[in-house]
Design a protein around this ligand. Structure first.
Ligand SMILES: Cc1cc2nc3c(=O)[nH]c(=O)nc-3n(C[C@H](O)[C@H](O)[C@H](O)COP(=O)(O)O)c2cc1C
Length: 241
């Protein structure tokens, strides 16, 4: 993080801790042709978090540039179309947008040399069942290997703190029931055609087991690492007998 970002108040807009590929990365990092050609850098657009008109349609170009750049370095790639912190991004989960996007991104992924890089699509816990099925249909149709369920939620389930009024995505304990339900639905709908990675509020062995019982093939942690530190992984994996 550079001095410039702090001066532009990036931290206040949720820049801390992002770990995956998403629309808007290019404007921040000079990584892609698309952003530069559209003049993003010259316009001082570093750190923009909102998709403007036409950008949704052009998103594939940036995702493909990121796949090209990071594909050779990664064991797998996750396409983030579900962060609530980039306004408009979640519209990419709609079947029409997602099918177009994934057909281009899978093509870019197939061009990465070396071992196969599984592609995952990260979905929102806030999709209703019909929206989830639409997104899953696009995923299966594109031949994508799996989904991560889920990203953060804009809901505030069981949160009775004044902090709940803050905008943005909520992670951690309150998210767990929503994420678990999306995992269950995705696994049932997928019927083994796609891998389902369970993610959202997992911080105990019982929760890991619940994710697996709901049909998750793998389980991811994020917030638990913040509160319990990296050793949480070992303790969640430890056998009880
Ligand atoms: C501070 C913060 C930043 C995050 N940044 C991203 C991101 O850039 N891309 C993404 O796909 N998910 C992002 N997430 C979502 C997490 O990867 C994860 O899906 C979510 O927090 C639910 O898991 P958890 O409850 O274990 O944290 C972020 C979450 C937090 C709390």
């Amino acid at each position: 993080m550079g001095r410039g970002e702090l001066e532009r108040d990036e931290l206040g807009r949720g820049e801390l801790g992002r770990g995956e590929l998403e629309r808007g990365e290019l404007e921040r990092g000079e990584l892609g042709r698309g952003a530069v050609e559209r003049g993003g850098l010259e316009r001082g657009a570093v750190g923009r978090e909102e998709l403007e008109r036409g950008e949704l349609e052009a998103a594939a170009e940036d995702y493909c540039a990121l796949v090209e750049t990071f594909g050779p370095l990664a064991d797998y790639l996750t396409i983030n179309v579900s962060s609530p912190n980039t306004l408009g991004l979640r519209r990419l989960q709609a079947r029409d947008h997602l099918e177009g996007l994934l057909s281009e991104v899978t093509r870019a992924r197939d061009l990465v040399t070396g071992p196969p890089r599984p592609l995952l699509v990260k979905l929102s816990p806030d999709l209703d069942p019909a929206e989830l099925e639409d997104a899953l249909a696009a995923v299966v149709r594109a031949g994508v290997e799996g989904v991560v369920a889920t990203n953060t939620t804009t809901a505030r389930p069981g949160v009775d703190s004044s902090l709940g009024a803050q905008p943005g995505g909520l992670s951690g304990a309150p998210l767990f029931p929503l994420a678990l339900e999306q995992v269950r639905r995705a696994a049932r709908w997928g019927g083994g055609r796609i891998a389902v990675i369970g993610c959202g509020g997992v911080s105990s062995r019982d929760q890991v087991q619940a994710m697996l019982d709901a049909g998750a093939d793998l389980v991811q942690l994020f917030t638990a690492l913040v509160y319990q530190g990296p050793r949480v992984v070992q303790s969640l994996l430890a056998r009880s007998d």
